[in-house]
Design a binder for this molecule. Structure first.
Ligand code: GRF
Length: 208
């Protein structure tokens, strides 16, 4: 059984998709947040999952917050830490502590559009395809080895919101699969690449 700790900051729909997938050999040990009012915390608590929060504003600096969060996380002895809409830039110390067992979802086709406002920027840049990326986390923001990506078309009348909704559906499909692949030991990091064994015939998906 693999213990998983999920970190969220808000609504937590990706966290919900992972919980609802009931992945074999995966136990959701806790859902933690930097925001005690995150809607996803209440959702998880209602399902009997341990929840906790730490307000980053109550810490002197980023590093003090990350250290406190690491202590909380480590109490659950996790095999995998999942960032599911955790809106914090992490210190190198945090990233190194969980190297190889920390994954994130980012709402763009990395390496394009790291950082915030990805959908707006993809539309402004005239992209015809957008999507999401699930990747291992390294100290450089949104740059770690890519586990999987999903793509969707960008339509002429898209707004950031309509595009975000289309991408989110794909996020909910890919994230539980990535967690399942990790838990089953199918993901091997080789330099900047993630080799999945057995290999998947369709690694990326184009979904309408
Ligand atoms: C998702 O789009 C995720 O890719 C991004 O933040 C959003 C979180 O949504 N990092 P939710 O909290 O999982 O509903």
């Amino acid at each position: 059984m693999k213990n998983i700790v999920i970190l969220i900051s808000g609504r937590g729909s990706n966290m919900q998709a992972i919980v609802d997938a009931q992945i074999p050999n995966v136990r959701i040990a806790a859902v933690l947040s930097n925001n005690e009012h995150a809607a996803g915390l209440a959702w998880a608590a209602q399902r009997g999952i341990a929840t906790d929060s730490l307000n980053h504003k109550q810490f002197a600096d980023r590093s003090a917050f990350d250290r406190a969060m690491m202590e909380k996380i480590d109490a659950y002895q996790p095999d995998l830490i999942v960032l599911a809409g955790f809106m914090r830039i992490l210190t190198p110390e945090f990233c190194r502590h969980y190297e190889g067992s920390l994954i994130n979802i980012h709402p763009s086709l990395l390496p394009a559009f790291t950082g915030l406002h990805t959908h707006e920027r993809a539309i402004e840049a005239g992209c015809r395809i957008a999507g999401c990326t699930i990747h291992f986390v390294t100290p450089e923001l949104d740059c770690g080895p890519i586990i999987t990506q999903g793509a969707v078309p960008v339509f002429d009348d898209d707004t950031a919101d309509t595009l975000a909704a289309r991408v989110l559906k794909v996020e909910h499909q890919l994230f539980p699969q990535a967690v399942a692949d990790f838990a089953a030991g199918r993901l091997n990091i080789n330099g900047n690449r993630v080799i999945r064994t057995p290999s998947a015939h369709i690694e990326s998906q184009l979904l309408a």
